[in-house]
Design a protein around this ligand. Structure first.
Ligand SMILES: Cc1ncc(COP(=O)(O)O)c(C=O)c1O
Length: 412
């Protein structure tokens, strides 16, 4: 009898983690690699937040906490949701977990029965489809085209809904495209959802604070009447450079939050008590540093977008949020590398960039959209300049599909 459970057969390990690990392995061997595959800010956790974590240790805040999180943190989250998003939640409608990732998983696991469908606009974060499968549901991917800014159209949402649809997962600003939905666009999607009262919305707002020149809106704010069928997910990983602290939260209907707490109570219990006390500062304290993060990221975005659009074969839009550029690489497909290898997929192109030019990016296939690559610009300006120089050189080194005799021999 096989050791590994059948439900894992359809679940893939995260491609972002795989590319980051491949880059780290090459680096360890002494290869000069610039990793633009990571999904985390390259800033340090702000000092006041660090100090709150240290104080928590010194003050003996090192014991088990309630499953949903400590009360002052739940209060800080409640106040934040009111202040920033005009959402009214009671503290019994809020749960804190080990990152937004665990909160999303708990939400799906608490609600999906075998065969329930979850609509996921694609491109999407690598983990959504696999989390849905792990929880016993079926991901229904709905393509969001580049010409529409990679956003879900109401008519496509309507067409994807079936009697088995339980959730629509929305992620704005989006990973990997950086697309940001306006309040009006969310309201148009809400108009569809009103006709299907069994469909719930999971709004993953983890990149809320990283928006360039646009106003952020979340679904329950755009459609307050949908509040009781929305799970609003957020966290401190991206906004306060706290990826390693593992703290995210969800707010939603009491019944759902209670079920999510039951799952958490039987698995991780809760996230670290130290992270919880640090997050009170991150969520409730002074957040002026976010303005600096945003202006730094915006400059880096502009640099990468400009350079990439100078290349032979790549093109990208200037995204409104998050810290990724989703680059269309259709123009390099069918070309041949100096090593004689044909670039047939975005994975081939990502491997070529990594192995021959020392730049790690993630292929669009990981985000359910091809042919694209995702470049994270959460790196220093120097690194980004070097990396873009290498990407341009990599494109230039490609030749049209006719292989030279020598190359044909080499690949034979
Ligand atoms: C869309 C999206 N949601 C959630 C997460 C996970 O965030 P956390 O670190 O809070 O688990 C990520 C991280 O990359 C993400 O891109």
């Amino acid at each position: 009898m096989p050791l590994i459970a059948k439900r894992l057969q359809a679940v893939r390990p995260s491609q972002t983690k795989a590319m980051t690990a491949a880059a780290a392995a090459l680096k360890e061997k002494g290869v000069d690699v610039i990793a633009l595959s990571q999904g985390e800010p390259d800033f340090d956790t702000p000092e006041a937040v660090q100090n709150a974590g240290i104080a928590a240790i010194r003050n003996g805040r090192t014991r088990y906490t309630p499953v949903a999180g400590v009360k002052p943190l739940l209060e800080a989250i409640r106040d934040k949701l009111k202040r920033d998003n005009s959402l009214e939640y009671g503290i019994d409608q809020i749960t804190v977990g080990c990152g937004a990732k665990q909160v999303v998983f708990n939400g799906l696991f608490a609600s999906l029965d075998r065969g329930d469908e979850v609509i996921i606009p694609a491109p999407c974060w690598v983990s959504y489809p696999d989390m849905v499968r792990l929880a016993g549901g079926e991901p229904v991917l709905v393509a969001c085209h580049e010409r529409f800014g990679f956003k879900l159209k109401p008519e496509d949402l309507e067409a994807a809904i079936t009697p088995r649809t339980k959730w629509l997962m929305l992620n704005s600003p989006n990973n990997p495209t950086g697309a940001v939905y306006s309040k009006a666009e969310l309201a148009a999607l809400a108009a569809v959802l009103r006709r299907h009262e069994k469909v719930h919305v999971l709004a993953d707002d983890i990149y809320e604070k990283l928006v360039y020149g646009k106003r952020f809106a979340t679904m329950a704010e755009a459609a307050p009447d949908l509040l009781d069928r929305t799970l609003t997910v957020n966290g401190v990983s991206k906004s306060s450079a706290m990826t390693g602290w593992r703290l995210g939260y969800g707010a939603g209907p009491k019944e759902l939050i209670k079920a999510m707490n039951t799952i958490q109570g039987q698995t991780s219990s809760h996230t670290s008590s130290i992270s919880q006390y640090a997050a009170i500062e991150a969520i409730g304290g002074n957040q002026d540093y976010i303005g600096d993060f945003v202006s730094d990221f915006e400059k880096r975005r502009d640099l990468v977008v400009e350079k990439i659009n100078e290349s032979q074969g790549l093109k990208c839009r200037s995204p409104d949020g998050a810290f990724y550029v989703f680059v269309n690489c259709a123009g390099v497909l069918g070309k041949v590398t100096p090593q004689g290898k044909a670039i047939e997929t975005d994975m081939d192109f990502a491997l070529y960039l990594l192995e021959q030019f020392g730049v790690a990016v993630v292929p669009g296939s990981g985000f359910m959209a091809s042919p694209y690559i995702r470049i994270s610009y959460a790196a220093s300006v120097e690194e980004l300049q070097h990396a873009c120089g290498r990407i341009l050189a990599a494109c230039e080194a490609l030749s049209e599909s006719e292989m030279s005799d020598e190359q044909s021999k080499a690949t034979a």
